[in-house]
Design a protein. Sequence first.
Length: 263
Amino acid sequence: MPRVELVDISKLFLSFAGLVPALTDFSLRIEEGEFLCIVGPSGCGKSTLLNLIAGLEKPDRGSISVDGAPVLKPGPDRVVMFQEAALFPWLNVIQNVSFGLKMAGVPKAERQDRAMGLLEMVKLAPFARSWVHELSGGMKQRVALAGALALDPGILLMDEPFAALDAQTRDQLHEEIEQIWEETGKTVVFVTHNVREAVRLGTRVILMTARQGRIKQEYPINLPRHRHLEDVELVKIASVIRDDLRQEVIQASQLEGADRVRQ
């Protein structure tokens, strides 16, 4: 049984141009402990896919299951981490990390211990009493990551979490999320525009089409850990994926041009 399974999913959104398909007859199996990376052009349905798995949105057609049970709503087994760290500015670092535990009714002493352990994992224990406005962008994302892990979800859904960070900070966070994944065995679904980042982190990369929200190609990544963005073999694989992505974008542009001519 796969950890996550999507079968014949379709999702439409209403726009000024009418109904627009975000996903069309989309099927995907995600295995236990997999680090799946998803790339594709802007607007191809990557974030919609994460929201559907999280239970934040419902498909118009098809089924989604986690461990064989249908996904009908959000649950503590699935946590989403966004590009912008969703932190409460009126709480300090450890209070932000332990907030979900507090809402779940975990006793204060236990949630403090668990939050400190997570802050140590993301190398922020010395900043436990700091305020959000005192942190750098990378530190905020570390706090958000610790908070996402607080309830020990089996599935971590990450929507371009490192896109706004500088290259050095992003490299550090690549190492940390990889280490956490290896230590915890969690299933990770990671959306990114950065093809090389996807190859750096993923056990498998999925390329989505520019239109209709389908899978264009899948790429198993069998490179040894730990990888670096400059590794020759990594760059070669990323180049193949990037070329396939470019062809998809060009084809979509041509189709859009033909549509305008017919109108």
